[in-house]
Design a protein around this ligand. Structure first.
Ligand code: MRU
Length: 337
């Protein structure tokens, strides 16, 4: 089955795949205002760092189309989720065009948003081409969260690498962390790999240690929401635990990071804001309480994996190896110091 696109500009509004409805149904939201885009990002109708960046860019176009104050719209879009730097990547570019040309019409901004979307397609495809070279024939890969095509405007990042390895006949199996609490692995990654006929098995997040101990994993491949200047990685909660277990078993831990997720202005992982979401995401499943009445829950959406646990960073520029500060420092990232 062909995968639906995560988003599409429909001439005067944004058509957005509602990822909350997957895998049960493929529903597209028709967004006509920037406020709706803010809500779609915050409520995770659209999710995945690259996809939210592109959606935000189209949000600015919608603001211009309605004659709304662009600075307010950009501020709200930027704040819609705090951890993924891809929002800043896209919105800074939109802002730069607005600042350099004065009052701009929505058509000119649509050209910029479309260009960012095209860049995301190019970046992810190049990243996948580099990443697939790291996977040996017959490899078994463990993946966390969801990083496939619909988390981007292109072919995905870590899951794109996995799918490409499958297409080349190099992949034996994929283990998918279910990824509590939002279950992106069980719902989205299993659905996407199912559509592409890639053999995969969902596991609970805590099963990775046993699997590695049994020798069933050859590599871990994950995405990211922000990579700091020193190579520390913010990604879906549970990534750090996975990196520690992988290190304990001598298994390579690869992080796929398009340039839009790399932030040289953030010195290290401690400087990254970790989004904390509603405790109900933990205490309830599909509206039903699964926790003891009154139980408190803490719900950080991301964690930080220190650079020393990362075997390689896979980017569209190539595969980066430690020391990351030096490797990241020379990347041709426009508009970064
Ligand atoms: O909260 P989410 O589902 O947006 O988190 C997504 C992740 O952590 C992904 O690994 C990351 O955004 C990379 S998507 C290519």
């Amino acid at each position: 089955m062909t995968l639906p696109a995560s988003l599409r500009w429909a001439g005067d509004h944004l058509e957005l795949l509602d990822q909350r409805k997957l895998p049960e149904s493929i529903v597209f939201l028709q967004l006509t205002t920037w406020e709706e885009v803010v809500d779609a990002i915050a409520s995770m109708a659209v999710r995945g760092a690259p996809a939210i960046g592109i959606a935000a860019a189209w949000g600015v176009v919608l603001a211009a189309q309605s004659g709304d104050d662009l600075s307010s719209a950009i501020r709200a879009l930027r704040a819609s989720r705090p951890t993924a730097v891809n929002l800043g990547w896209a919105l800074n570019r939109m802002q730069a065009v607005i600042a350099s040309t004065g009052p701009v019409d929505s058509d000119s901004l649509a050209v910029v948003a479309a260009e960012l979307q095209r860049q995301d397609c190019l970046m992810t495809q190049r990243l996948v081409d580099h990443g697939v070279s790291l996977l040996d024939q017959g490899c078994r890969v463990l993946h966390h969260c969801h990083t496939g095509a619909i988390a981007t405007a292109g072919v995905g990042t870590a899951l794109g690498v996995v799918s490409a390895a499958h297409a080349r006949g190099a992949l034996r199996h994929v283990w998918l962390d279910e990824t509590r609490p939002r279950l992106q692995g069980a719902a989205l990654s299993a659905w996407e790999l199912g559509c592409l006929a890639v053999p995969c098995t969902v596991i609970v997040d805590g099963a990775s240690g046993l699997l590695m101990r049994r020798g069933e994993v050859d590599a871990v491949m994950v995405g990211c929401d922000r990579v700091a200047a020193n190579g520390d990685v913010a990604n879906k909660i549970g990534t750090y635990n996975l990196a520690l277990v992988a290190r304990a078993h001598g298994i390579p831990f690869y992080v796929c990071a398009p340039g839009s997720s790399i932030d040289r202005t953030t010195p290290d992982g401690d400087a990254i804001t970790i989004e904390e979401r509603d405790a109900q995401e933990i205490t309830h499943v599909q509206g039903l309480s699964v926790a003891a009445p009154g139980a408190q829950a803490w719900n950080p959406a991301f964690d930080i994996t220190p650079a020393h646990l990362v075997t390689a960073l896979i980017t569209e520029f190539g595969v980066l190896r430690p020391p990351y500060r030096e490797a990241i420092g020379v990347l041709p990232l426009p508009n970064q110091p």
